[in-house]
Design a protein around this ligand. Sequence first.
Ligand SMILES: CC(C)(COP(=O)(O)OP(=O)(O)OC[C@H]1O[C@@H](n2cnc3c(N)ncnc32)[C@H](O)[C@@H]1OP(=O)(O)O)[C@@H](O)C(=O)NCCC(=O)NCCS
Length: 195
Amino acid sequence: MLKMPEKIMSERIVLERPIQPTFKLAEEIFEKVDLSRKTLREWLSWVDGTKRPEDRYSWLVNGAQKNWETGEGYAYLIRDKKTHALLGVIDLVDCSEKHKSAEIGYWLSDDAVGHGYMTEAVTILEMTAFKKGLNRIVIRTDTKNVRSDNVPKRCVYNLEGTLHSCKWDAVHKRFADIHVWAKLKSEWDAEQKKD
Ligand SMILES: CC(C)(COP(=O)(O)OP(=O)(O)OC[C@H]1O[C@@H](n2cnc3c(N)ncnc32)[C@H](O)[C@@H]1OP(=O)(O)O)[C@@H](O)C(=O)NCCC(=O)NCCS
């Protein structure tokens, strides 16, 4: 099991494990989702099902909390280091002990987009995960989701290929094409030597 820390800091942000899944925290997350509903629902299938704070509470307890306990995933709230304002969520999912691999998923609220926060979050999460023993990290993006596609591009992931029509997109009523981006520990090591 990956021993991920409960808090990861960088220059402007802090990634925090939602250790105590309180209703107050669920309300805070719900507020951000609600504020950004129009953008988020375009790309994230769970958004339309998030109608009340209770729905995010259920994610905190049955998703985030359970995954942390089993080692299947590690969800972090992304907060502004100075103000502690909630900016979004980054999630290490589908963690495989055997293959030493995992996938990163993410979202930001509309008011946090365009400042490089997600690039910073991916950079510190991958650093931590590689140092803890992961060998491969994947990021999957809808080929039409330009902003999302730009994150792994900016973080120097390799585009390994496109999965054609592999995912039913109920919002747009189409089968989506998905880009598979990946970075290996050896590639991350080489980047560190360059810097
Ligand atoms: C995908 C998503 C997280 C990307 O957010 P983002 O703000 O574009 O990405 P970053 O936080 O890395 O910021 C990059 C932007 O900030 C700018 N920026 C400003 N300061 C920066 C800095 N210090 N470092 C890097 N970029 C910086 C970049 O120029 C870029 O803006 P541009 O695309 O207008 O040129 C966001 O659009 C989102 O949540 N979308 C909806 C949910 C979603 O699609 N999730 C992914 C599903 S696969």
